[in-house]
Design a protein around this ligand. Structure first.
Ligand code: NAD
Length: 264
């Protein structure tokens, strides 16, 4: 339906290319009639993001490196010049030094621990606070997490610790903002081959394992994530907040290797 999101305005953060989870979500929202704005990390990504935004009819494309606090404020100043109200925000941003997305978690450096938490956790709190100030008619905020927050997954290491904190921050912000009609949720996506995922050690093995052992015996796509995001961002999710919703072909319910799964 192109009426579900008619009249709704949303900011999409974390689009890098057409493989990004942010792209699957942006397409689903635009198809449903939403008006979108995009932020991109740096000049190198602008030439990728601007044509994608334009293809969805968006003219608002603003820079924001969430590691730079001034840049977060500048993003919302820029957005306020275009829009007086915001209905939803999508945070599809995560980062850790890839040299620590392999080996042992216990070897994580203090510096990378802090920057991983800053970029991957604090940024969602910082942008949700600013977005909420513009959500004068209620709203919905959504971030992306992974099962490595709940269970130990190979190589995910400090990113798993950060995602656990991100999921907790979803619950705390859901309480803070719920009385204003603002909902805060996370989608825990199964493994998808994106730029960020390519930094994780043995990612192909993780994808294969999920494909062979998830109840649906397949991996999820950015379209799968986009459709569930649409539910949480639209009025269809009107009673849902503080939730970590798994879009992982059911992998998170599995207790052991599937009997029909071949050795890999
Ligand atoms: P992606 O590489 O397409 O997107 C990651 C985005 O983060 C990029 O657009 C990048 O520019 C942005 N980013 C990183 N550091 C930033 C900074 N300092 N300032 C602003 N932006 C910054 O990869 P993706 O897989 O689509 O990642 C989106 C989110 O989904 C991440 O939070 C990731 O952890 C999460 N996720 C991914 C998977 C997967 O398997 N791909 C699974 C579960 C969750």
């Amino acid at each position: 339906s192109n009426e579900l999101m008619a009249g709704k305005r949303g900011l999409i953060m974390g689009l890098a290319n057409d493989k990004s989870i942010a792209w699957g979500i942006a397409k689903a929202c635009a198809d449903a009639g939403a008006e979108l704005a995009f932020s991109y990390q740096g000049d190198a990504l602008k030439k990728r993001v601007a044509p994608l935004a334009e293809s969805l009819g968006s003219e608002i494309v603003l820079p924001c490196d969430v590691g730079d606090w001034d840049s977060i404020d500048a993003l919302f100043e820029g957005l306020r010049e275009k829009w007086d109200r915001l209905d939803f925000i999508v945070h599809a941003i995560g980062y850790s030094d890839k040299s620590e997305l392999r080996g042992r978690y216990v070897d994580t450096s203090r510096q990378n621990f802090l920057s991983t938490m800053d970029i991957s956790v604090y940024s969602f709190t910082a942008v949700t606070k600013r977005a909420a100030e513009m959500m004068t008619e209620g709203g919905s905020a959504l971030t992306l997490t992974y099962y490595g927050a709940e269970r130990v997954m190979p190589h995910y290491n400090v990113m798993g610790v950060a995602k656990a904190a991100l999921e907790a921050s979803v619950r705390y912000m859901a309480e803070d903002l719920g009385r204003d009609g603002i909902r805060v949720n996370a989608i825990s996506a199964g493994p998808i081959k994106t730029l960020a995922a390519s930094g994780i050690g043995d990612f192909r093995y993780i994808m294969k394992w999920n494909e062979l052992n998830s109840p649906m015996r397949r991996n999820v796509t950015t379209e799968d994530v986009g459709k569930s995001a649409l539910y949480l961002l639209s009025d269809l999710g009107s009673g849902v907040t503080g939730e970590t919703h798994h879009v992982d072909a059911g992998y998170h319910i599995v207790g052991m290797k599937a009997p029909d799964a071949p050795d890999i």
